[in-house]
Design a protein around this ligand. Structure first.
Ligand SMILES: [Fe+2]
Length: 250
C-alpha cells in the first residue's frame, strides 16, 4: 500500500513530535503493509516551513524510512488561500512527488467564497488538487452532494481511515459512509500524526469494502496513489444519485 497523507516528518508541524515517534510510525506503517508514504506536512501560511527547508528534513528522514522498507515521497497538505496558485508556481509548497497533484485542505467550519477562483486558476496551471478528508468539513456534512459540483473542477478526494473508525465523531463517520457509497473518494489515507492511525489502518478496510464495494480499498490505497506518484491520470467514477442528477439541473 501507499499512504497518500501522513505527518511523519518530525517537528515540522503538529505531526510527529520527535524521531522516536517517527520511528514508531514507520514501524507500524510497515507492519500494516505500507511500502511507500507521502510525507505531507501542513503548510498554513508564511510562518510554515517552505519547500527548500523541508527538503532538508525530508532527505534526512528518507534514509531512515528506507531501513524500515518504506520509500518516502514528498508532498504538502496546503491550507487554502488566495495565494495557493502562486505558492505552487514559486515552489514554496510541494506537489506530490513533484507531480501535477496537490493535496490541500479547507477551513473546517467556514465557507470560503473564493474556492472556485482558486480551483480555476490551479486547473489553468494543469495542477490537479486533492481535497483532504472532505467528510470533516461542515459544508460536506450538511450537503455531501456539493462535492459532485466541485469534482467538475477536476477536484479529487482523499478520505481518512480514522473518519470511518469514529476518530472524529459520529457525524463525520456517517458522512464518510455516504461518500463511500457515492464512490466520491479516489484515495484513502491515514493522515497519521503518530503511530495510532497506522495501528488501526487496516480496520478501516472492511468498511470501505462494505460501503464502496470489494476491490475499491486496493484502488484507493495502491492503484491511485501509484498514479499520483508517477504523474499519471487518475480515473473518476462517482455514483450520481437521483438527488445529485437533480442537483445538476438546477
Ligand atoms: Fe493532515
Amino acid at each position: 500500500m501507499i499512504d497518500i497523507h501522513s505527518h511523519v516528518i518530525p517537528m515540522v508541524d503538529d505531526g510527529s513530535k520527535n524521531f522516536m515517534v517517527t520511528e514508531r510510525m514507520l514501524e507500524e506503517a510497515s507492519k500494516a503493509g505500507f511500502k511507500e508514504i507521502f510525507a505531507t506536512p501542513h503548510y498554513f501560511d508564511e510562518k510554515s516551513i517552505k519547500r527548500e527547508d523541508m527538503l532538508v528534513h525530508f532527505n534526512e528522514l528518507k534514509k531512515l524510512a528506507t531501513s524500515y522498507g518504506i520509500n518516502l515521497l514528498l508532498g504538502n497538505e496546503v491550507f487554502v488561500s488566495h495565494d495557493l496558485p502562486s505558492l505552487v508556481k514559486d515552489k514554496v509548497v510541494s506537489c506530490m512527488n513533484d507531480s501535477r497533484y496537490l493535496l490541500f485542505e479547507l477551513p473546517r467550519n467556514n465557507d470560503i467564497n473564493y474556492l472556485q477562483d482558486v480551483l480555476f486558476e490551479l486547473s489553468s496551471m494543469d495542477i490537479v488538487p486533492i481535497l483532504a478528508h472532505p467528510e470533516r468539513y461542515r459544508f460536506v456534512i450538511e450537503n455531501p452532494e456539493s462535492l459532485i459540483e466541485l469534482s467538475n473542477y477536476g477536484l479529487l478526494f482523499q478520505g481518512n481511515s480514522g473518519s470511518i473508525l469514529g476518530d472524529y465523531g459520529d457525524t463525520v463517520r456517517k458522512t464518510a459512509i455516504t461518500l463511500l457509497k457515492m464512490n466520491i473518494y479516489q484515495f484513502w489515507g491515514s493522515d497519521a500524526h503518530s503511530q495510532d492511525r497506522y495501528e488501526a489502518f487496516n480496520l478501516s478496510k472492511k468498511y470501505v469494502d462494505k460501503f464502496a464495494g470489494e476491490g475499491v480499498f486496493e484502488i484507493l490505497t495502491e492503484t491511485n496513489p501509484a498514479k499520483v506518484r508517477d504523474n499519471l491520470e487518475v480515473d473518476i467514477d462517482i455514483h450520481k444519485t437521483k438527488k445529485s442528477l437533480f442537483f445538476w439541473r438546477k
